[in-house]
Design a protein around this ligand. Sequence first.
Ligand SMILES: [Zn+2]
Length: 447
Amino acid sequence: MAASWLLKSAQCVMTMDDAGSEHVSADILMRDGVIAAIGHDLEAGDAGIVHCDGIVVTPGLVNTHHHLYQTLTRAVPGGQDALLFGWLKTLYPIWARYTPDDMRVSAMAGLAELALSGCTTSSDHLYLFPNGARLDDTIEAAAEVGLRFHPTRGAMSIGESKGGLPPDSLVENEHAILEDCIRVIDAFHDPAPGAMVRVGVAPCSPFSVSRELMRDAAILARDKGVRLHTHLAENDEDVRYSLATFGCRPGQYAEDLGWTGDDVWHAHCVRLDAEEIALFARTQTGVAHCPCSNCRLGSGIAPVRAMLDAGMRVGLGVDGSASNDGGNLVEEARMAMLLQRVDRGADAMSARTALHLATRGGAQVLGRDDIGQITPGRRADLALWDVSGIESAGSWDPAALLLAGPRKVRHLFVEGRQVVRDGQICTLDLAALARQQRSSAARLAAG
Ligand SMILES: [Zn+2]
């Protein structure tokens, strides 16, 4: 594997820099994991050369919300047509049967699927740890696939017997949760530029942990200098639960417990009202918008146009593979664009804006200024899209990828290392992984 690469004569390089620059017939030189130069007729030196005729280059896409463990429970019959709470109650008993190896296999499959769809950085939200499973299992998986990874140590502590949604067998003691958060941060979190792993703290949702754990998690995260993540205002049921249980809307609940700020991002926020949007914009609180999951669970259309107009930070997420049921991030960006148009008209979101959310937007939500754009000095995380195929044939604007373009990458580089080559994952045996995944899923289905 060459340590340096020269991408030669790309049809278009969409930099996603502040000016939105797009370069035609341009070269990109990657050296030591970093973008060293962009220009014309660059010298290769000892770098490997990738000829890029008919290729559009974008920054690697950034996925801001996922539950990688769910890749083994796609299209489960009892959950196919249920709303959020009913869907969760169908799946909890199945998830309770997971082993550490299931966690690893499921994460690898989910990350491989993401990589093929142009994703170079993914967050993950793991909030159940049955039968000895640990956050470590997913971190190991990400290292094998070769993606940049932001795992968050999730948690559930209020079981059914205390008025929560999950079964008692899947909840943990709150003291043990905080102790394990400290363990994984100390073991894996890397604050340095170019970090391949950054850990976050992420109680599952206001309806599965106590008010005290939400507050203590925020204190711990700030003490350790890591980010906070949870689910918020996902649908009407979720808002009703907040009003009935806490006597306030989700935004107020978040603010009261320290869950606003530029080090916090919330998944979904489909039902934020105008006041909550203003609060999140003012505090620079981020949102992971997951349009396919919102469609799949009938949650509604998140007010993304209003969020952007207010100056909020918005990234995209595929959400767990049990509520999508895929994990294709470029499809997610297209869905984000389409859904705003359903709500607000054809000029509500352009293809380039949606791609901006999938790259720069996601990087900002994860607190990273070293990725998300193609400029010298940024990390060499690049997605190469072949626009010479049938999906792009007849397109007058190949850079409008989300209107007409491939849904899988031709090549993918992370930290200057090639993860996808000629449309295939080159870091692992995908067929063997799919076999493992099928056998794990069959065992879980057998009960
Ligand atoms: Zn989620």
